[in-house]
Design a protein around this ligand. Sequence first.
Ligand code: NI
Length: 174
Amino acid sequence: MAILPILHYPDPRLRRACVAVERFDGRLHELIESMVETMYEAPGVGLAAPQVGEAIRLLVYDPNPDPEARAARVVINPEIVLREGSVVGEEGCLSVPQFYGDVARAERIVVRFQDRDGTVHEEEYLDLTARILQHEIDHLDGVVFIDRMSALKRDILKRKIRKAAKAGDYTLTA
Ligand code: NI
């Protein structure tokens, strides 16, 4: 287990389309454990493999920030098979530290995915958990939440990030 460095937007490695996980072996389990540790350390409610430089379809999440009630979940090769409703909410991202923006997401989704051993599950997610899942699955397709903001708000945010980077208040990883 290790704390892994998190890539920051606009690192081009966040733009790669990730490939399916095919081997559910010890190496994968080690990466999962490190990602969970990295997520809690950050702290964040979700982390996708491309954020730590691994271009594979794997994410971890835990919507409960209470350290006493930790229950990290692992989602591999996810596919959203149903989307319902639309709700706007504020999002942040460990790859865009200190910046937040409103994004519209489906209110309810059903996701088919594999667990750490490769077993297939289908689960329903609502509200915050649905938002986390959609945000993290986007990462697997090279999409960052900024891309889903309105054009105007996105431009303002990008300008703020550039300014912060110039001032040394935002760390670039590439
Ligand atoms: Ni993110």
